[in-house]
Ligand binder design. Sequence first.
Ligand code: BG6
Ligand code: MG
Length: 220
Amino acid sequence: MIKGFIFDLDGVITDTAELHFQAWKNLANDMDWEFDREVNEQLRGVSRMDSINIIKEHNAAEISEEKLVELATRKNDIYVDSLDQITPKDYLPGALELLTHLKREGFKVALGSASKNSTKVLQQLDAAKFFDVIGDGNSVSKSKPAPDIFLFGAKELSLKPEECIVYEDAEAGIDAAKAGGFHAVGIGPEERVGHADIRFDSMAEATLFEVKSHFASLFP
Ligand code: BG6
Ligand code: MG
């Protein structure tokens, strides 16, 4: 039976992808690196250091590990400053309603994000109150597609993976959920999250009613 839900943050609860893009673009311009929205798509759900390595390889740049860490920190400073503009109006359509609904029905809820900035994002949205457990980039060392972040969330909720549904918008996030033995709801296009147990184009469609209908045998 389903007793809990684990949510990715960026692209599921709120859309920070544009802010990540602007911050990486800013850094890339400084470095004279090529960086566009297509490359940015590859960074969805991927950790900060893995992201900068993808950008480095895209540019065939030769750069020391130490310098890469410094550049990733510079990008993060820009990104964190930009988070000040997020307000409780910036939930993705349907996300606030779903979180409210889950709390009302008594489900346990965890965050399972790759971001080390999740606390700040949740604070800006006034969303911390919906989560019993916060799992983020600071909670585990192996990032998605490894299942560790979701296993952390389930353990902290005292649930088994098969008792949890994971909401994810990233290919690596669905891989992580499946690798951990979770039920997976994909948010986004078929080519990105088509390997989820069920897929919706947006959070607005991924209501508790729809999810309960799909996983009917797993709900009382
Ligand atoms: C994920 C985003 O949620 O967090 C990625 O989808 C991002 O794009 C990753 O790189 C790490 O975020 P942060 O805030 O720790 O740099
Ligand atoms: Mg995401």
